[in-house]
Design a protein around this ligand. Structure first.
Ligand code: SAH
Length: 409
């Protein structure tokens, strides 16, 4: 680390001579609060709530719901099997339920939540991006990706986002509303249905992985920790064994956040050890204040302390997300400062996932050059921080979050 001591607020004198591009918005205006700072929206605007759905309910509430409709409790298990094991909410397919009143029952308890607006598939077929319309017309996206040995779904947790990060397409329109737990879960159910129908290509010969979503990343639209209760309800349903839930493993669910420190602490105290990711993007407050507006509330050191606490309480190694932006946050001294700040908090608790920025064309926001990316990764690895460059899936289908919904709005 070249012996540089740095409090993170200034660029060291020995730093490389590359320019420092500062964040600025182009072609759109960042919403500001009364004090002229980037507006942060934590509370969901009041809009018509989505209908309550089977996946919003606990197992006991599901039983109560069928009993209330004059049916025996065991019907709840049948409905759950249809939805969470067969991924269907089609009454006609539920032939084990009494035909009389079946349509009404399903319409009441499993109302449709997502309407497919568009589906974009990469040329080799291993990535599908879905654009969904919610009951009130709000648009959200999810992205289904096949990797060797696993299938990952990137899900949305809010329509829009209130965190106002200037490089993120979702932030530009602000927060429309929180998604319900069932709207979050429904993205997984829909993806599993597509998989069951053979809709995701790219499967290699000899790949024996079950053809269903095994990994979930909360890296679609929204700030999951700003929608905490519904996020946790959705996660509980994802990890509940089938047929009461999707039977997924918590460690295969990644919750990614800009760094809402009190919510990170709360998450660490849940007994569901999901994988935790912090979107850091800069190790110095000077730059992070501009890149991640919530840094005005919780600084780099506070966010990293909370991330370390997450590891201490759960034993789960945390991920640091770092979008490499040319001449903005990709300087060698920043790699060194990041390594220093992580090592100050110990070894073996964290790994770094740099990802080349997925830019909107023609802006100052450009992905770093390949050699700069490699140098950034090398410095972290040499310092003893496991670091792997992530690939950018689905560029040709506007994989960067919010791009498709933004184009349709
Ligand atoms: N609000 C959460 C989760 C949604 S964004 C969060 O910020 O973590 C998921 C990840 O995509 C975050 O790390 C985010 O910073 C990153 N991201 C957003 N826009 C991007 C872009 N244009 N290129 C690369 N990564 C981007």
């Amino acid at each position: 680390m070249a012996g540089i001591r740095n409090n993170g607020t200034t660029r060291p004198a020995t730093a490389d001579a590359r320019p420092q591009v500062r964040p600025a918005t182009e072609g759109w205006q960042q919403k500001l609060d009364e004090e002229g700072r980037p507006l942060l929206q934590f509370a969901s605007p009041k809009r018509g709530k989505p209908p309550v759905h089977w996946a919003d309910l606990s197992v006991d509430e599901r039983k109560a719901a069928v009993i209330e409709r004059g049916l025996p409790a065991f019907r709840a298990k049948q409905l759950s099997t249809h939805y969470f094991t067969h991924y269907t909410d089609d009454a006609a397919a539920m032939t084990d339920l009494p035909a009389a009143g079946r349509d009404e029952l399903v319409a009441a308890l499993l109302p449709p939540l997502l309407t497919e607006v568009r589906r974009l598939t990469t040329d080799n077929g291993d990535t599908i991006k879905f654009l969904w319309k919610l009951h009130d017309g709000a648009l959200v996206e999810s992205v289904l990706m096949r990797y060797p040995g696993r299938v990952t779904l990137c899900v949305s947790s809010q329509a829009g986002c209130g965190m106002n990060c200037p490089f993120c397409a979702t932030g530009q329109a602000g927060l429309t509303r929180n998604m319900s737990a069932a709207e979050i879960v429904a993205q997984v159910v829909a993806a599993n249905r597509v998989l069951a129908e053979g809709g995701l290509g790219g499967r290699k010969k000899g790949d024996e992985t079950p053809d269903r979503v095994g990994n979930i990343v909360f890296m679609g639209m929204g700030e999951p920790l700003a929608n905490y209760a519904r996020l946790m309800s959705a996660v509980r349903t994802m990890v509940a064994p089938q047929p009461d839930g999707l039977g997924m493993s918590a460690r295969h669910i990644t919750v990614s956040t800009v760094g809402l420190v009190p919510a990170i602490r709360k998450l660490a105290d849940e007994s569901i050890p999901v994988t935790f990711a912090l979107s850091l993007h800069a190790p110095d407050d000077t730059l992070r204040d501009e890149l991640i507006p919530v840094n005005s509330r919780w600084k780099v050191d506070e966010a990293l302390d909370a991330a370390r606490e997450y590891f201490d309480k759960t034993g789960r190694r945390v991920s640091i997300e770092y979008a490499l932006i040319k001449d903005m946050n990709d300087h060698a001294w920043r790699a060194d400062l990041l390594a220093q700040k992580l090592l100050e908090r110990g070894r073996g608790w964290v790994h770094v996932n740099p990802i080349p920025l997925n830019p909107t064309p023609g802006s100052i926001w450009t992905a770093s050059d390949r050699d700069v990316q490699n140098e950034f990764v090398r410095r972290l690895n040499d310092a003893g921080i496991p670091t792997t460059l992530r690939d950018t899936r689905g560029k040709e289908i506007d994989g960067a979050c919010g791009q498709l919904a933004a184009a349709d709005a």
